[in-house]
Design a protein around this ligand. Structure first.
Ligand code: CA
Length: 437
């Protein structure tokens, strides 16, 4: 971590006034990447969020700061997806960031960038930032794993492997969608609790226990060759950045299908990503070691030992709910929970190293989900399954509506923010999804 990095200098201000407002998610110290198009027939462009605008990287290629970049980096910045830039690795990412920071910082480049380079975020269509080849979902919050495990095994909530293995499963890449995409309520097999507790045979029909999961997504860079591994000391170099991720979950379908091979159709109907990928570079000031493991817990096996590394990220996550009735009444979304990504049991680097430890190849644009981020307190539970104890303790909203699980028209909004004294605060934007029937 280099705190003398000029792109992180908190005194820097942008030519874009909205980026300089207190509380802005996208000040000039953030510079997250996304993909957008201005009109339906346009070729998508890479963009960097700045205040309420986007720097269109394809048109910004003519700026002198960009013409000095190596040709491979320039070509990647002119692409329609992040994958070519992801493949180039950390040196290329740093060079591109420095150039973008030069263009957008007041008094560093020569002149303010032309208005035409900076479309308003409100006027464009965001697309998925990268083509996701493979998606893996972890289960790295011990608080989430304990809360969920306790519902099924009150005396023994954590299975014996949890403190040794970063638990995960292979998800479905084809149904990863960008924020704002409607999420259709899935149908599937349910038994005991959906069509009526105590049923002997399952029925097929619409999910009745529909849930969200507040997670952080890791966007993989160059990756590793098949048969090779990623040592823990090199894992961070493989993570280009992070986004917000909602792992929509059909709890009734999940409860019936998950044994013995894990989740399948209860998860694969949709996974929503925020449009902006906040880079590892921008997150450097907010790195910290994960909390020490409690006395009696095993130390990670040597290949996962990251002692001395700042493996965690001080990132505060919030979940908000906006129901159809709230929307009609003009009410603001209601905050359901707040948790810290720093409270995980396994770090992003440990997830990457473990994933590759058998020689499985990670590729540019692969997506790893952290698992539901929950904390120790009741208001830090990152899904409704935990918040309502599988519906036993419903939530009453400010307008007197009651929720056990999600209803049609409900919109879930994830947000994330990083703060540290002496540095510019940054945000992740929003990850939104609305349930349609
Ligand atoms: Ca999950």
């Amino acid at each position: 971590m280099n705190h003398d990095d000029p792109t992180l200098d908190p005194s820097r201000r942008s030519w874009v006034p909205s980026a300089n407002q207190v509380g802005a998610d996208f000040p000039v110290q953030n510079l997250p990447y996304g993909v957008f198009r201005r009109a339906p027939t346009d070729t998508p462009s890479l963009g960097v969020a700045i205040g309420d605008r986007i720097l269109d990287l394809r048109v910004a290629l003519e700026h002198v700061a960009m013409t000095r970049l190596p040709s491979a980096v320039r070509e990647a910045c002119g692409s329609s997806t992040l994958n070519p830039l992801l493949a180039l690795g950390a040196d290329a990412w740093h060079a591109a960031r420095e150039a973008v920071s030069t263009i957008l910082t007041e008094g560093v480049g020569s002149d303010p960038p032309p208005e035409g380079w900076l479309p308003s975020q409100a006027e464009v269509t965001s697309l998925l930032p990268m083509t996701v080849g493979d998606y893996t979902d972890f289960y790295a919050s011990i608080h989430h794993a304990t809360n969920v495990g306790r519902m099924f095994r009150p005396d023994n909530p954590l299975l014996p492997n949890y403190k040794y293995v970063p638990i995960g499963y292979h998800g479905r890449a084809s149904s990863v969608v960008v924020s704002g995409t409607p999420v259709a309520r899935p149908s599937g097999q349910r038994k005991g609790g959906a069509g009526g507790a105590g049923e002997e045979t399952p029925t097929f029909g619409p999910c009745q226990l529909l849930d969200y999961e507040c997670e952080v997504g890791l966007v993989i860079g160059p990756g590793n060759n098949l048969g090779e591994t990623i040592p823990i000391g090199k894992a961070e170099e493989q993570i280009f950045g992070y986004c917000l991720l909602n792992d929509w979950s059909a709890r009734d379908i999940q409860a019936w299908e998950y044994q013995p091979l894990g989740p399948f159709l209860s998860k694969s109907f949709a996974t929503t990503l925020s449009p902006w990928v906040v880079t590892s570079h921008a997150l450097a000031p907010f790195r910290a070691a994960l909390p020490a493991r409690p006395p009696g817990d095993p130390a990670p096996l040597p290949y996962l030992d990251e002692s001395g590394l700042s493996g965690g990220i001080k990132l505060d996550l919030e979940v908000h709910l906006l129901t159809a009735a709230m929307r009609q009444s003009g009410l603001s979304p209601h905050r359901l929970s707040r948790a810290s990504f720093l409270e995980m049991y396994w770090s992003p680097g440990q997830m990457v190293t473990h994933h590759a430890s058998n020689g499985c190849n990670l590729r540019p644009g692969d997506l790893l989900g952290s698992g539901t981020v929950s904390g120790t307190t009741d208001d830090a539970r990152g899904c409704l399954l935990e918040l309502t104890s599988r519906g036993r303790h419903p939530i009453t909203l400010p307008n007197a509506e009651v929720r056990r699980f999600l209803e049609d028209g409900d919109e879930v909004i994830l947000t994330g923010h990083c703060h540290r004294d002496g540095f510019a605060s940054i945000g992740f934007g929003e990850c939104r999804g609305r349930i349609s029937g």
